[in-house]
Design a protein around this ligand. Sequence first.
Ligand SMILES: [Zn+2]
Length: 279
Amino acid sequence: MFVSVRFYWIFILSTIPAVLSENVAFIIIDVQNCFLPGGSLAVTNGEEVIPIINTLRSKYENKFRLVVLSQDWHCSNHISFASQHNETSAYNSITLTYDDNGNICDPCQTVAYNVSQMLWPDHCVINSTSAEFDDTLTRKDSDVIIRKGFNCDVDSYSAFFDNGKFSQTGLHKILQDADISTVFVTGLALDYCVYYTSSDAKRLGYTTYLVKDGSRGVANSTSVDALTDMASNGINIIQSDGVGAILESITSAAVSSCSFVLTIPLVIPMLASWIISGI
Ligand SMILES: [Zn+2]
């Protein structure tokens, strides 16, 4: 009897951290040398996101169940590089064609997919210094690293899917396995990889917060368009100084839920003991 009671309480107490722990992931997109000053595809003022991201981590590390860093990770002859295409140049857009298996047409008998592709300077080549994360970006062994764009024939702005939606990166399953329901997205660049990642997160059912001052765009006009589109699709556009209050509200909801959940296992045994003792 003593043993069973002891295990009962151990079980009850062990459920408390799980119920109280917020189902939140912090996603940091592509804070790599190639997108920072001196990089081949430097985002203007991109370095300004680093202290903001580091501060969010240091203040709220225990609130984030997962911290995810995405990493653009391209073959040296990647199809998104302007250097791989004749008679065009960087920042021009072309249309790529794929068959029904998601293979690039070279050519193919039947074109199944047309995918618009912006051409970029060579950047973030696999195992190069350019592809490394910035040295000053806070990192931990527990961080989840999601590499994207390593298929030479298709680009991947989103940390969830390639641009043709032919394959997943694995991030969705990782978030599902960790029971994540809310994501905060930061990083580079606002109008491409941050935008596509946030949009996919929302579409996949996650409550999604885009931390605007924790991100910078390639161009002002496309950044404005991206922010407008995200807001219209239910993505919450916030500033970093608003993250604390949002996490607090999530914690409060979890505490309320915990109180309700614990009512049954705590009250029923108490009532039973009263009845047995004749009170
Ligand atoms: Zn890229």
